[in-house]
Design a protein around this ligand. Sequence first.
Ligand code: CP
Ligand code: NVA
Length: 311
Amino acid sequence: MMEILKTLKGRDFLTLGDLSVEELGCLLDLAAEMKAGKVKLRCNNKVLGLLFYKASTRTRVSFEVAMYQLGGQVIDLNPNVTQVSRGEPLVDTARVLDRYLDVLAVRTFAQEDLQTFADYAKIPIINALSDRYHPCQAMADLLTIRECFGKFQDITVSYVGDGNNVANSLLLGCAMVGANVRIATPPNYEPAADVVEKAKALAFGKSEVMLTHDPVAAVKDAQVVYTDVWASMGQEEEARSRIPLFQPYQVNEKLLSHADSQAIVLHCLPAHRGEEITNEVIEGAQSRVWEQAENRMHVQKALLACLLGAE
Ligand code: CP
Ligand code: NVA
């Protein structure tokens, strides 16, 4: 497992697809070991930059705490007080930051911007959320699922709602680890078609990938019921008009009653109670959203340790 510290050193993490199936498994194992205090790694004096063009609580704080716990430092590169908001080209910013930092996490709109950073900076670039993917979230989701069930095989993960960044990464992640994955969205809100194809190819002969517009069919006998906001950051103007369209996809007690009786409920947070999830469900006995949020820190600590080649 510790081999992963060598194989990931210096690499970028823009999508789960940047990892092999084996590497993802090793990363999850390392995160679990670090969480349990069985493995202690140091990244003394290494510096992580955070360049976030969108709001964040979990990702920002969990990356900061993870880096501090590894013995490193963090610099907040608030776009509003750096030259990036005044139009300095990304290709220039990337090459300059490369000279100061050891690793850079970017939260942005376009996945292409992450690729630009990766192309122009030699240091590892981490996707801290884009409109297309949220790979750090998916790793935390997978760790939480494995903690709850001890395995991925024969576990069915049902995501109900908008086929967004979180859904894309969850779909890919489940296919990689061999969990069954079902995604229920309103028509025209499916996950990205190429991600679906990739997930189907990864899952082929191992697990099920199902897309549907029927939320009940999706959650039937599932072990994990997952949802996210109906309108993501950058889609605020559509939020109101989406409500009636997405209402049948609300994760409420009635929908949850179709899942396995031992099913857990996940949400990447922040949640909009009364929209994609009810207060009863998120506060209910089946909710594991706080454990899931905690796991952001554990998986990102393992990721940082690997990308930085910690000792
Ligand atoms: N789940 C997640 O990424 O939360 P933040 O937007 O608070 O970082
Ligand atoms: N889909 C949401 C996730 C937030 C963590 C968004 O992009 O706003």
